[in-house]
Design a protein. Structure first.
Length: 195
């Protein structure tokens, strides 16, 4: 059994997903272990209630195992899981609107503090100032812009994957991120001028 689990752990995502389609519980467990951290962090960005996020992640993996769930080939497992989790949290919101509101309360914040930045850039004051300015500019973006930046540059999703998550076209994603980067550049430029 341990050899079987080890074999699954060393499989690439595409091969592993083929086993998930066949409802292999070890493959599903491997996907769960591989992506739980990313799903949890993404879920907490959508909804600040840890119990709801964990319940929705659990429900997502229970559905993967269910014989009633028809799965298909996917090109990016992480993107598929992100979309599925967002849909699960949205469904939860439909039934329990007093608990969460994805559209109005999303906070896509960089989870790094000034103290952590000081630690990262302890030998380089200039890089530290730039990192702090980027973080402050990012915080001034609207929710959609922060979410798009987070998904593109932190989670490294493709335009198509982001468009599915945000329910907009890939071209709109590109425009949204371009406007966000332009706004950040405008916010950083005055900050980076000598005092």
């Amino acid at each position: 059994m341990d050899t079987y689990k080890h074999k699954k752990n060393s499989m690439d995502d595409k091969s592993l997903w083929g086993q998930v389609i066949l409802k292999d519980p070890i493959a599903i467990e491997t996907i769960y272990r591989r992506y739980f951290g990313d799903l949890y962090r993404y879920g907490m960005l959508l909804c600040e209630d840890e119990d709801i996020v964990k319940d929705c992640i659990q429900e997502l993996f229970v559905r993967l195992l269910s014989p009633q769930t028809q799965l298909r080939e996917v090109s990016n497992i992480k993107a598929y899981l992100f979309v599925s989790l967002r849909n699960a949290i949205s469904s939860y919101q439909t039934y329990m609107p007093q608990n969460i509101s994805i559209e109005n309360e999303q906070t896509f914040n960089l989870s790094i503090t000034d103290n952590e930045l000081v630690t990262l850039f302890s030998q380089d004051d200039h890089s530290l100032r730039i990192a702090q300015q980027i973080r402050k500019a990012y915080q001034k973006l609207n929710t959609n812009q922060r979410q798009a930046i987070y998904l593109r540059f932190i989670k490294e999703l493709s335009w198509e994957e982001i468009s599915r998550l945000l329910n907009i076209t890939p071209h709109s994603c590109m425009n949204l991120i371009a406007r966000a980067l332009l706004k950040m550049r405008e916010l950083i430029t005055p900050l980076s001028s000598p005092e």
